[in-house]
Design a protein around this ligand. Structure first.
Ligand code: PLP
Length: 414
């Protein structure tokens, strides 16, 4: 057993010592974030950072948004948890709001993106069993990310996430993303569903082409497959429309949501068309899923987004950021490509220096996210202002400029 001091730590280093003594292995930068407001956070030492990753595309209205605070406080004074044994008003209000603003008919709430996808996978399996002669295979894309439960890592298809936990559930097939021929080739009578992200976020913001998603939608209809989109990262405004699929002019049978839906609190959801909503009472459930506290916040967040031109802001500020990155690319040969839509953007470097840029960003007072050795992702609050976008571009430029400064390229001592 580890013996720990009982004195309250006063520095990032002291807190990190506790993490190292108590937490399952992890990899994090050496500062402890203590508070946030809007697009900014501060660490224990009081250093300020412009947050361009927002809890991984979660804090949609900014840190400690008054909208979220008020919904939490009001609901916490009324009812926090009741379970799905009973009706509760915030769950019904949030469900109604999502259905009113989407082409879907049915909703189920859970607590995270992985759980939302688990629900979608279960729905697809039951649909195949009951409506398509026992079809059970689910096709997903290479380099996708769908979560960390056993079924969702299998859907994700990344060896490093899967192999330590084998044996894995059967019935998952992977095809290259944006490759219609591959999807056609792999589909047979055993195929029940296709699950894709409109933009593959975790693998570095790789968008589906418009043509691909439209062809997948048509193919699913023609072959009687469920067309399911994982909108955990792209949903609730991140691409400048309430749902990412609206950007593509397609209508899936099922979508999953989480992240931005709660503006910072843990919530997930699955939405489905009536014709495919094969869950019956007892098929699926969750103790915390749809609890009044999280649903009250989700309702406040979605209402705020719809009523305050947050989507317009995403489009304006997202375009500004993307153009700024494109300009930087024209001037800086270190930037190879710029990708993304709305406020889900990424740029690739010509060298595997993304981790260095992120680290230098901390010194410049900006939180960035490396999704791979040479890729940096931006997923800031949807309320990021134009001034903050300019500030982010300046800080990214300074971080890139410092990359070639002698103190950075010098080999580490020892
Ligand atoms: C597209 C997508 N699906 C699912 C997940 C898993 O969500 P969670 O971490 O809330 O389980 C993520 C998380 O990054 C995601 O980006």
């Amino acid at each position: 057993m580890t013996t720990l001091s009982t004195a309250r730590p006063s520095s990032s280093a002291d807190w990190i010592a506790i993490e190292q003594a108590t937490y399952f292995a992890n990899r994090r930068p050496p500062m402890v974030i203590e508070r946030g407001l809007g697009s900014r956070v501060w660490d224990v030492e009081g250093r300020e950072y412009l947050d361009m990753i927002a809890g991984i595309a979660v804090v949609s209205l900014g840190h400690c948004s008054p909208v979220v605070q008020r919904a939490l406080a009001d609901q916490a004074a009324k009812l926090i948890q009741i379970s799905n044994l009973f009706y509760s008003i915030p769950q019904l209000e949030l469900g109604q709001l999502l259905i009113q603003h989407s082409p879907f008919d049915r909703v189920f709430f859970c607590n995270s993106g992985a759980e939302a996808n688990e629900a979608a996978l279960k729905l697809a399996r039951k649909w195949g069993k009951t409506r398509k002669n026992g079809a059970f295979n689910i096709v997903t894309a290479e380099h996708a990310f769908h979560g960390r439960t056993l079924a969702t890592v299998t859907a994700t298809g990344k060896d490093a996430y899967m192999q330590p936990f084998a044996p894995l559930p059967p019935g998952f097939l992977h095809v290259p993303f944006n490759d219609m021929d591959a999807l056609e080739r792999i589909t047979d009578a055993t195929t029940a569903a296709v699950l894709l992200e409109p933009i593959q976020g975790e693998s570095g913001v790789h968008p589906a082409t418009q043509q691909y998603l439209r062809d997948v939608a048509d193919f699913c209809k023609a072959k009687n497959l469920l067309f399911m989109l994982d909108e955990v990262q792209t949903g609730i405004g991140r691409l400048g429309t309430l749902f990412g699929f609206e950007r593509y002019g397609v209508e899936p049978d099922v979508i999953t949501l989480a992240k931005g839906l709660g503006g910072g609190v843990p919530i997930g959801a699955i939405l489905a068309k009536e014709a495919v909503s094969v869950f019956e009472p007892g098929d699926h459930g969750s103790t915390f899923g749809g609890n009044p506290l999280m649903c009250a916040v989700g309702h406040a967040v979605v209402s705020y987004i719809l009523e305050n031109d947050v989507l317009g802001n995403v489009n304006r500020v997202g375009a500004l950021l993307k153009q700024g990155l494109e300009r930087m690319k024209a001037e800086n040969p270190l930037i190879q490509t710029v990708r993304g839509d709305g406020l889900l953007l990424a740029f690739d470097l010509t060298a595997d220096r993304a981790a260095d840029v992120v680290r230098l960003g901390y010194d410049e007072g900006i939180l960035l996210n490396a999704t791979g050795p040479n890729t940096i992702r931006l997923a800031p609050p949807l309320t990021l202002s134009e001034a903050e976008a300019h500030e982010a571009l300046d800080k990214i430029k300074r971080s890139l400029d410092r990359l070639d400064a002698p103190e950075v390229t010098r080999p580490a001592a020892g």
